[in-house]
Design a protein around this ligand. Structure first.
Ligand code: ADP
Ligand code: ZN
Ligand code: ZN
Length: 732
């Protein structure tokens, strides 16, 4: 018998071992094994049991230890992950590791944390201790005060001496027992709801009914304008799922897993709701994972990686803001959690609900072609009205840190009527560049093809691409002039100018810098929710999820930012971002207004978006994509490479490409585009290039990729180049 083991390495291969020497248990695929690997010991996962190895048996080392009796990954997750490794062409050992909680990767047992507690024996009496044993009597009294048991730490904190526990135990006065921490909410009984659900409006009702009636695997796209009550649809669909005794898994974007979101689920349901957020310790994460696996956690909410949560009885998967880019992992194992969720729902034969106000063109195309059910929520819930859009032409307008006079006037009007204003600018810092006023030389990052961003709080230059930070220079490196000026504006500069224009109004800046401290964002939200007039200025942190009932004016300071992007997805992303931000306006009783400052007021797609809506925009964009043979009408894979010398990465990609075509190894309908230097060629000191593969079908694309990987691995220069694959990339 030979163990074929997947080991977390960047190598595209498996490793064979003999079974551990004294192991008599039957090993099953999916169990963890500790094995020697080079000079280290690593934790791998047993993939298969084999009769033969390519190596002679006496060359194989024995595995050191079998860590599990039962496979640590449930069979469905094992299949999902190995499939994903194949699909994304990622080494399976690494993919499997990423599907596990950290403590399991480190070899900890897959069980709950046990805690030893102490209590007094049932018939223990102080009379059995001599009056001179004062400390023992104290300790026993303490134990008797805690009939549920108490830990040694807690005993010590209450003044007891745990060293004497052993003595009491020997006298049969104290007992130790193992305790497993309880799952919060597990004692809820059979009652599912904590509060009454809202009365659904017609469109919501249709949506909930569709999920309820879904037989087996049914992907459903829920396209609902911001404020239309998608969350209520989720909640009631989950309720049906719980009534059938099943579990629900909800994925939200990275930025969306806020305490407010979690609170909304906990307020509705009595059953255990677990949030898998970044604030959990490794231990808490493992416990959550185990509670999900044994089925006692009924609702699981998490970001991308939560797609790997084991479920005892899955009933429903929901992807909120399904278009969000954070569902795609952007390094290493570059999986898309939405796509894995579809795979998983099919494997479990359950419905999956993809919700968004601005669906991805991929999902929309699937809905339009009938592969997904398409449900719409076209109006806002309650009394809220859709916001009114206006393109504000700023050609020939004087701009003060990006603020035009008509915009300033409009802000004034809204503040005067006692409501709040939200300004969106997708650049943090004070200014995106610092430039010499005499010779025009900008301060560039020495490690990237990028300008350094000027920050004032605290003052420094910061490269947002490689994180390099430097003090603000006194003089131009080119001409020595001291006339250095900030160019353009970021959130800090807008905040500065707003203080000048509106000295009596609180200005609240929301970006990564202002929210770094723990709880900062909560404090900000609390201030906004007082409802007092204020101006919020921030980056896309403000764009998503938040419900600001008193915001009536939303302005996008630079609506042109993504219009002329080199990425063919630029327009889609811009549209999604604009509508998400706009969705913050007028969500309650006060009608909202959205102003878009632009130098391109006649831009056709911008006009379609604001006057005809996302659906019309998206259909037009899909038409263009179809014409251009671009995703979702074609499949893409990017091979990215980087090296410390300019041109090296590009050369390696080129020679691999030429080798493959010379040997006629590439399927006919696969197009190779490039290699080209990446958009930002130099980044963090490395020079980058990429080769794009495009095909109308997935299969030939995967074949081509396998060929290129093999050539890359054996290329003589490969050691000097770091290359990565991105199957279905979402940016270029
Ligand atoms: P979305 O997620 O689609 O942006 P939300 O679910 O946050 O929208 O709902 C927006 C607001 O409308 C919330 O305050 C919510 O409580 C309210 N709402 C949703 N559905 C209903 C309903 N059927 N009746 C009354 N209010 C509703
Ligand atoms: Zn100069
Ligand atoms: Zn840099």
């Amino acid at each position: 018998m030979i163990f074929r083991v997947a080991i977390p390495t960047p190598l595209y291969r498996l490793f064979d071992y003999r079974p551990p020497v004294y192991e008599t248990r039957v090993a099953q695929p999916g169990c963890r094994v500790r094995v020697p690997f080079g000079r280290r010991e690593v934790i791998g996962i047993l993939l298969t049991l084999e009769q033969d190895s390519e190596l002679p048996l006496d060359k194989l080392k024995p595995a050191l230890e079998l860590l599990d009796e039962q496979p640590v990954l449930t069979p469905d997750l094992f299949t999902l992950t190995t499939w994903a490794a194949q699909y994304y062409q990622h080494p399976v050992g690494d993919a499997l590791q990423q599907a596990l909680p950290v403590l399991l990767r480190q070899g900890q047992p897959a069980r709950f944390q046990h805690q030893t507690l102490w209590r007094a024996a049932a018939d223990a009496s102080l009379d059995s201790l001599s009056s001179r044993a004062g400390r023992q009597r104290e300790l026993l009294t303490l134990l008797q005060e805690h009939p549920q048991g108490i830990s040694t730490d807690a005993l010590r904190a209450e003044g007891g001496n745990p060293a004497l526990l052993k003595t009491l135990a020997e006298k049969n006065l104290a007992v130790a027992f193992e305790h497993i921490p309880a799952l919060p909410g597990a004692d809820a009984g059979t009652e599912i709801l904590r509060e009454a659900p809202l009365t659904l409006h017609d469109e919501q009702h249709q949506a909930v009914t569709a999920v309820q009636n879904a037989q087996g695997f049914s992907p459903i796209l829920l396209e609902g304008v911001t404020g239309s009550g998608k969350t209520e649809v989720y909640l009631q669909a989950i309720q049906r799922c719980l009534e059938h005794g099943k579990q629900a898994l909800i994925l939200v974007p990275e930025i969306g897993l806020t305490p407010q979101t979690i609170a909304r689920f906990k307020a509705r349901f009595r059953v255990p709701v677990l949030a898998l957020h970044s604030g959990l310790t490794d231990r808490q994460r493992l416990d959550a994972w185990l509670w999900a696996r044994e089925g006692s956690a009924r609702i699981l909410i998490g970001t991308r990686s939560a797609i790997f949560t084991p479920l005892k009885s899955p009933g429903l998967i929901i992807i909120d803001e399904e278009h969000d880019g954070s569902f795609k992992q952007q390094d290493g194992f570059r999986y898309h959690a939405r796509d894995l969720a579809i795979y998983r729902a099919r494997a479990h034969n359950i419905p999956i609900l993809l919700g968004s106000a601005t669906p991805s063109l991929e999902s929309l195309n699937n809905a339009l072609s009938g592969r997904y059910q398409h449900l719409r929520l076209t109006r806002r819930a309650g009394n809220a009205q859709p916001p009114r859009f206006e393109l504000l032409d700023i050609r020939q307008q004087a701009l003060d840190a990006g603020l035009s006079t008509p915009l300033l006037q409009r802000i004034q009007q809204h503040l005067a009527q006692g409501t709040q204003v939200l300004l969106f600018i997708n650049r943090r810092g004070f200014a995106p560049a610092l430039i010499c006023h005499d010779c025009g030389t900008p301060f560039d990052c020495t490690r990237c093809d990028a300008r350094m961003t000027l920050h004032r709080q605290p003052p420094h230059l910061h490269c947002h691409h490689c994180d390099r930070q430097t003090p603000i220079p006194r003089a131009c490196t080119h001409c020595g002039s001291t006339q250095l000026r900030p160019a353009g504006s970021g959130t800090e500069r807008v905040e500065d100018r707003l203080h000048v224009h509106f000295p009596d109004t609180p200005i609240i800046r929301v970006d990564r810098d202002s929210t770094q401290r723990k709880d900062a964002l909560n404090k900000i939200m609390a201030q906004v929710h007082t409802g007092e007039p204020c101006i919020l200025v921030g980056t896309q942190m403000l764009a998503k999820g938040h419900h600001f009932p008193k915001v009536t004016l939303v302005a996008v300071l630079d609506a042109d930012a993504g219009l002329f992007s080199a990425d063919f997805r630029g327009m889609e992303k811009t549209a999604q971002l604009i509508l998400q931000v706009a969705g913050r306006a007028g969500r309650a009783d006060h009608p909202g207004e959205v102003l878009l400052q632009t130098f391109n007021a006649e831009h056709p797609m911008l006009n379609t978006l604001v006057h005809a809506g996302y659906d019309a925009f998206a259909r037009e964009e899909l038409r263009l994509r179809r014409g251009g043979h671009l995703p979702p009408f074609a499949y893409h894979t990017l091979i990215r490479a980087e090296a410390s010398h300019q041109g090296l990465a590009e050369n390696v990609l080129l020679s691999v490409r030429e080798l493959a075509s010379k040997q006629h190894m590439l399927p006919a309908d696969v197009q190779c585009i490039g290699p080209f230097p990446s958009l930002m060629e130099k980044r963090a000191g490395l020079f980058r290039a990429q080769l794009l593969l495009q095909a109308g079908q997935r299969k030939p694309l995967h074949q081509a990729l396998a060929v290129l990987i093999r050539l890359l691995q054996t290329h003589p220069e490969a050691r000097r180049v770091r290359w990565t694959l991105d199957v279905d990339p979402i940016d270029s």
